[in-house]
Design a binder for this molecule. Sequence first.
Ligand SMILES: Cc1cc2nc3c(=O)[nH]c(=O)nc-3n(C[C@H](O)[C@H](O)[C@H](O)COP(=O)(O)OP(=O)(O)OC[C@H]3O[C@@H](n4cnc5c(N)ncnc54)[C@H](O)[C@@H]3O)c2cc1C
Length: 315
Amino acid sequence: MAHCVVPAAEAILDKEYKVLDKGFVRLVDYMGGDDRIVQAARVSYGAGTKSYREDAGLIDYLLRHEHTSPFEQVILTFHVKLPIFVARQWIRHRTARVNEVSGRYSIMKDEFYVPAPADLALQSEDNKQGRRDEALDEALAGKVTAVLKSGQRRAYEDYAALVDQGLAREIARVNLPLSLYSEWYWQIDLHNLFRFLSLRLDAHAQKEIRLYAQAMLEITRAVAPCATESFERHSLNGVRFSGAEMAELKRRLALGMDEAARGGGLARGAAAAAAAGGTAGRGSADGSPAAIGGCLLKGKELERFEEKLRTGRQL
Ligand SMILES: Cc1cc2nc3c(=O)[nH]c(=O)nc-3n(C[C@H](O)[C@H](O)[C@H](O)COP(=O)(O)OP(=O)(O)OC[C@H]3O[C@@H](n4cnc5c(N)ncnc54)[C@H](O)[C@@H]3O)c2cc1C
């Protein structure tokens, strides 16, 4: 089959997905979808299209086994309007093709990102790269917003005055702040888009770029729903375990299953092991899985493992 038309993607072409106060993402164009992935994967042995279930199964298999090249046959082109500090993070994804508005040719627009009060927070103490969960109180948020806006206004007025005096645009712009909005066309294949999404949807990524990634995930679902579902299932919402963590997981499951068969739980298993006086009972008074028997992990490694199990996040 030649050109693939995906009705759900056609329906959202050019639709603006609003992000932040003045930004957006829109799908300009796409090439291929789930069908293209399947065709590309089957080309090697010339088999035709199979049922939807078989195709979805094949896509899921390819994704699980990191057979990535069929996903590279699908291309998406986005038009994005974003503050420069978001663009700085975004541009690190080297596998895309980018064309950005030029501040050398064009007069930059008087458009700056002003965070909503709910997004203004103090520096986090445990996460050096992030902010606290609690927003500033209203009075402080108002003061911060006023500082941000007056800095933006002053910078833009100076820029406009320098341009009016005939200074070259490429020099007049150099004092414009990171909150200034820019725009670009950003084209990427589906395999590398999934990589971008998994990094930029992660809770470690800055909220502002995460919001763009969320809009792009929604668009990607329209273009390649099966592939995106597999990506969400295995990559985005999946967690990797090290060899040692897997061994500990197996140990806990074996312990739990053993107890379940006897009608007990892990806590009861701890008590039973303690009563038996074997090594399995040592230090197990709290009945937690780590405390029962010889836990295979220690210290930070154990903390990380427990946190992964609790939150379902890759750590
Ligand atoms: C939460 C977070 C915090 C970050 N903090 C910082 C920071 O403090 N400072 C900083 O500098 N960066 C930071 N980064 C950027 C980060 O280090 C990566 O540069 C960025 O995420 C791009 O990842 P990538 O290289 O996998 O993506 P891409 O450039 O899109 O590459 C995708 C994949 O293609 C392959 N690839 C691409 N180019 C090459 C190449 N030239 N050679 C070999 N393989 C290649 C690699 O397998 C790569 O994983 C941060 C990123 C995140 C998500």
